[in-house]
Design a protein around this ligand. Structure first.
Ligand SMILES: NC(=O)c1ccc[n+]([C@@H]2O[C@H](COP(=O)([O-])OP(=O)(O)OC[C@H]3O[C@@H](n4cnc5c(N)ncnc54)[C@H](O)[C@@H]3O)[C@@H](O)[C@H]2O)c1
Ligand SMILES: O=CCCC(=O)O
Length: 545
């Protein structure tokens, strides 16, 4: 049954009326201003968002501070309270969001379920056209979306722009793939029957996404789901929900019918549990940590739901003695420090042949020394903040543990203190460590920070064994000019994705996903849409004539 929420899409300032506490808005250098002053000064939804962020946007109406259920912007129950979204570069408040729980999630699932029969009956071309219009809206708002993404997630604008482009490319790809979903006519086992298969949408999908790619992790799930004919409830990370609601706004503008896409956030365990247990949800698509993914998979298994998991990584990057060292050193830095090291496919462990180890370490150290740490919104920043103090603490612990066990700090090594207005930001110096060994935490655990540890190796068999010595199996990289070594190493690495002389391997045409405890299933590419389709076998008897 669909629960009714009293807030309509047109109720812009009215949404705040549902909140119990008096609303404040914040901007750097101000301690807050009464909501009514702001609302009258600027007109829309300023009551719960940072004026500084709004002032940076060309189209301010893509910034929402509500959930999106059944085509309505809603705060859900006013009894639930709120949570805050902060800019990790400055520590300033960006938005106050309604905390949603089980009832809101049930309403979103009910909305998705009620329109599923209609959405699946749309022709593939109709769904494809809506997806293409969504892509057009995303591209038209790319700069605003990148600004929102950098403000809530911290990554430099250039990386945010690349993420928006990659998300738009996923939508475009699935708009095309949509029209190529085909069943088969099978060779019949008897002359009196015909046998065929149909591919049908699985049903309502719950999409749970992380903060480190707040935009593209959503498009990678939602675009294939919508293309297949599924309806969706998105649960974005509470640290970065603003990208998700902007995407919902643009989907609505693209003509996506009400209820086909819904967004809820707040009490993550409660929302996740409801998605994993509600009988009307047929599939969960999750990207996040291995620990949460495992727990969610166990819960969903109790209800025999389909699930895709994109989990943690611990990527090796191997540099063989015949490698192009300029290319390899650029690859090490680009991979390990992407999004300040907070990327599931970041190189975590750099294995270098002993004959070129010192030279490569020097080349990497000199590249890293030139990088500028700062606010992602500033054009000369190469590395932004980490997402939180907890993230800074984890990188610090990994560096301290490594140094205690004999590693040498070649560059960086500690939390960075930047001048105001970045003095409350969560920054860590990009760090290069020499003499890393396998007894260190950084060998076994995903650091998720700007840390490049160097390990020495002697033979190919030794380094493949070291690279595979992890519970993870997402991405691996290596550099060599030897063709035979390239084939054998690519085949022997126990990873879902392998980059040879290349670290920028992700794109919409390539299957993204891991093996071992890095996950199940594939996103993107021609395989991604299959995760949202069931195979139905149809047998038609022809009678005895
Ligand atoms: N393999 C991939 O494609 C990929 C991509 C990006 C990030 N990641 C991984 O994600 C992790 C970082 O992201 P994170 O810290 O946001 O991960 P996380 O597991 O803490 O959170 C991911 C999502 O799950 C939600 N969540 C938290 N607890 C939950 C619960 N009990 N039930 C249901 N949902 C819950 C969060 O609110 C968030 O939306 C890293 O391990 C990284 O490697 C993997
Ligand atoms: O961290 C997840 C996504 C990384 C990528 O798209 O290459």
């Amino acid at each position: 049954m669909l629960l009714h929420f009293p807030v309509k899409a047109s109720c812009l300032t009215g949404c705040a009326a549902l909140q119990l506490a008096p609303m404040r808005f914040f901007s750097p250098g101000s301690s807050g201003t009464d909501t009514r002053e702001v609302a009258s000064a600027v007109g829309i939804r300023k009551d719960t968002t940072s004026v500084e962020l709004l002032s940076r946007l060309k189209d301010k109406s893509i910034l929402h501070t509500s959930g999106w259920i059944s085509g309505e912007w809603t705060h859900g129950s006013s009894k639930n309270g709120t949570f805050e979204v902060q800019n990790p570069a400055t520590g300033t408040l960006l938005a106050t969001m309604p905390l949603m729980k089980v009832n809101e999630t049930r309403a979103a699932i009910a909305a998705a379920d009620s329109v599923f029969p209609e959405w699946r009956r749309h022709t593939a071309k109709e769904r494809s056209n809506i997806l293409k219009r969504w892509q057009t809206e995303i591209l038209a708002h790319a700069e605003d979306l990148a600004t929102i993404l950098t403000s809530e997630g911290g990554k430099p604008l250039a990386e945010a722009r690349a993420e928006i482009a990659s998300g738009a490319a996923s939508v475009e790809w699935m708009a095309e793939e949509c029209r190529r979903v085909e069943g088969d006519v099978l060779q019949s086992t008897g002359s009196d029957r015909r046998m065929l298969t149909l591919k049908q949408p699985v049903g309502v999908v719950g999409a749970i996404t992380p903060w480190n790619f707040p935009f593209s992790m959503i498009t990678r799930k939602v675009a294939p789901a919508l293309a297949a004919g599924c309806t969706v409830v998105i649960k974005p990370a509470e640290l970065t929900p603003l990208s998700a609601v902007a995407l919902a706004e643009l989907a609505e503008r693209a003509g996506l019918p009400d209820g086909v896409l819904n967004v809820v956030f707040g009490d993550a365990p409660a929302i996740g549990h409801e998605l994993a247990t509600n009988i009307d949800v047929r599939k969960i698509g999750f990207t996040g940590s291995t620990s949460v993914g495992k727990a969610l998979a166990a819960t969903a298994a109790g209800h025999v739901k389909r699930i895709s998991l994109e989990l943690g990584g611990n990527a090796p990057l191997i540099v063989f003695d015949d490698a192009d060292l300029e290319l390899a050193s650029a690859g090490v830095v680009a991979s390990a420090l992407r999004n300040a090291g907070q990327t599931c496919v970041c190189a975590n462990r750099v294995f270098v042949h002993e004959s070129v180890h010192d030279k490569l370490a020097d080349m990497v150290a000199s590249r890293v020394q030139k990088l500028r740490l700062g606010d992602g919104l500033s054009p000369d920043t190469n590395i932004g903040p980490l997402i939180s103090e907890a993230a800074v603490a984890k990188v610090t612990a990994h560096v301290d543990d490594a140094v205690a066990k004999g590693a040498k700090v070649l560059v960086g090594g500690k939390k960075a203190s930047l001048a105001s207005p970045l003095s409350n930001g969560t920054f860590f110096e990009p760090t290069v460590l020499g003499d890393a060994t396998i007894d260190m935490r950084l060998f076994k655990e995903e650091t998720f920070g700007p840390l490049i540890p160097f390990f020495k190796f002697g033979s190919t068999s030794e380094v493949v064994q070291l690279a595979n010595n992890t519970e993870y199996g997402l991405a691996a990289y290596f550099f060599t000019k030897d063709l035979a070594k390239a084939w054998r190493t690519a085949e022997d690495l126990e990873y879902g994705m392998v980059g040879i002389n290349d670290v920028a391997i992700t794109n919409e045409a390539a299957p993204f996903g891991g093996v071992k405890q890095s996950g199940l299933g594939r996103e993107q590419s021609k395989y991604g849409i299959q995760e949202f389709l069931d195979i139905k076998y149809v047998c038609m008897g022809l009678g005895s004539n």
